[in-house]
Ligand binder design. Sequence first.
Ligand SMILES: *Cc1c(COP(=O)(O)O)cnc(C)c1O
Length: 379
Amino acid sequence: MKFATKVIHAGIEPDPSTGAIMTPIFQTSTYVQDAPGVHKGYEYARTQNPTRSVLESNLAALENGQYGICFASGLAATDAIIKLLNPGDEVISCNDLYGGSYRIFTKLFQRYGIGFHFVDMNNVQNIAEKITENTKLIWIETPTNPMLNIVDIKAVVNLAKAKNIWVCVDNTFASPYLQTPLDLGADIVCHSATKYLGGHSDVILGAVIVKEKSLADRLHFIQNASGAVPGPNDCWLVLRGIKTLHLRMERACQNAASVAEFLITHPKVQKVNYPGLKSHPQFELAQSQMKLSGAMVSFSLKDDSINAANKILSGTKLFSLAESLGGVESLIGHPATMTHASIPKEEREKTGVTDSLIRLSVGIEDIEDLITDLKNALQ
Ligand SMILES: *Cc1c(COP(=O)(O)O)cnc(C)c1O
């Protein structure tokens, strides 16, 4: 099956008892057994839920994996992955990372004796230097947030495979329509389905996708033992969102490319970060690794002040000022005071998160309206 067919059909069958073409929302906590231990494969809804199972099969197919395991949020998915590790184990992560992932790594799991190193993954050598015999996992986000750097997944996999280290890719920013890291040799893919997969800013949900049965068994154990499962309504919303993933991504990426081209010529703009621009330092890598260049754009101003940024942040009418990304509507955000506020100014500026940096999640509205909105706000 090709991608546009998979989003609609993979793992999805009409309901056998009624023929309902849409997956029913199985709003139940338990299942009646014929005799003790004699049941239809469902015992208790933390462990199994048919709506969730359909979403899990669909996600496994989209990422070209074998097993999908869904969680109550993207961070609950991250939590489950780190619980594969033991005290003393070490993780190497990119330094330009989703703030919530940084927080769970450093404020929670570090306390349980797991070590974390944060490196600039633009150069794979930086990873090699941090590898010890305790390194168990390399954590990649690509494109990164909010600088839209691209990490060479294949190069990291080559380094990790030789040393039996798992590679996990947080594929939230790209979505499986743009890149499928398992095909490049990654062991684990995770998602905040809250973003592009759900796509309509109406649900919080997370997912992990793997190929190997032993990893899936361990993750299913953690899913059931820790219990951070999504409800059937939320699973259904994500299933519905996924049906248009390919159409939404096409339009959003096309809009983002036009927005980036507009911004780069604007006299008030200092720098535009977008992997689809020829000026992006990893333009070639992005072209080879991703189907399209994504729908996230960030840019800084010549007047690199919070004041100048504020004028734009409060000046747009279509781009709504909000955290999150990946919905049909366009959003505008200010990393320095929003997502990256907890990182000291000096630290965040090292990775490029300066006072005037503005992040856009470009939606699927009419592109002329979006550009007019930005033009007006920049004036
Ligand atoms: C939003 C996000 C998460 C966390 O997901 P939640 O669903 O909000 O818990 C993780 N990684 C990335 C890249 C994200 O954008």
